[in-house]
Write a protein that binds this ligand. Structure first.
Ligand code: SF4
Length: 143
């Protein structure tokens, strides 16, 4: 099992997927959105390391509040820690927990589709955050 580099946990998230959720903010993002609320997640160093089991233990402690909710991984950019997020979601699905991936998609690599297929196989919901549809505006907005 790998470990994730985690910026922070939100134990009562209500805006990152359905219901009340444990939101895992991972450390590291290659985007530089002008409006970013969490620039301290940008650098890939820092944060704390946590295993999937440790995050599930945190979830279990407050499980009664998460009926109709689940676990969301946000960031930072979750696809920067693809292996870890896949392990976390696989463990969550085994425990019957709804999983949600909140990503900009910037690190999608079509030369390794099987890695993304593995993640999607254990992901119930994708929140794909398209920042701007115009390429020039997108570059200005996100760096
Ligand atoms: S993708 Fe998200 S975390 Fe990354 S810079 Fe943009 S708003 Fe911030």
């Amino acid at each position: 099992m790998s470990e994730g580099r985690i910026h922070s946990l939100e134990s009562f998230g209500t805006v990152d997927g359905p219901g009340v959720r444990l939101v895992v903010f991972v450390q590291g993002c290659p985007m530089r959105c002008r409006y970013c609320h969490n620039p301290d997640t940008w650098r890939s160093e820092g944060g704390q390391t946590m295993s999937a089991a440790e995050i599930l233990q945190t979830y279990k402690r407050n499980e009664a509040f998460y009926r109709g909710g689940g676990i969301t991984v946000s960031g930072g950019e979750p696809l920067g820690q693809l292996k870890f997020v896949t392990e976390l979601f696989a463990a969550a699905k085994q425990a019957g927990i709804h999983t949600c991936l909140d990503t900009s998609g910037i690190l999608f690599d079509p030369s390794h589709p099987e890695e993304f297929d593995s993640l999607l196989a254990v992901t119930d919901l994708v929140l794909l955050d398209i920042k701007q549809i115009d390429p020039a505006q997108h570059r200005w907005l996100t760096g």
